[in-house]
Ligand binder design. Structure first.
Ligand SMILES: [Zn+2]
Length: 138
């Protein structure tokens, strides 16, 4: 249910930014997800479709940006970052098994592209991580 709440927040945020900009259409939503967190691209897309249905952003394309998680190799103790969505990865130095040591369980709007009725002008709006903390509280 955490996922659903996060995506509801994302949809509300996009609508809010769009309204503030006076835009009529959203042409791209950059969604930032923490790799290895609770989120999967499929689930994010599904929740987005549910919450955006009937709103001005219904059908807007989601572009998912993964925040890498930190892994540490069992063999050589090398630490590296990877966007693997599993809880382990392969060490780039020795091919050993590396376990995830840290990840950010986040889901927020990184930026959105909006379009206006007049002409083909589009605007890129950075939204950023501000939403992430709001989500943790609810
Ligand atoms: Zn290694």
């Amino acid at each position: 249910m955490h996922e659903a709440a996060a995506m509801r927040g994302v949809v509300n945020k996009v609508l809010e930014v769009m309204q503030q900009a006076g835009a009529t259409q959203v042409t791209c939503i950059e969604l930032v997800l923490g790799a290895s967190g609770h989120f999967t691209a499929e689930a994010a897309q599904q929740h987005f479709e549910v919450f955006s249905a009937g709103t001005a952003i219904e059908g807007a394309p989601l572009k998912i940006m993964w925040l890498p998680a930190t892994f540490q190799c069992f063999n050589c103790l090398h630490r590296f970052q990877s966007c693997e969505t599993a809880s382990y990865a392969t060490c780039p130095l020795c091919d050993g098994v590396a376990l995830e040591t840290e990840h950010q369980d986040v889901c927020y709007v990184g930026a959105i592209d909006v379009a206006f009725d007049e002409g083909n002008a589009t605007q890129h709006h950075f939204v950023g991580a501000g939403l992430a903390s709001t989500l943790q509280e609810s």
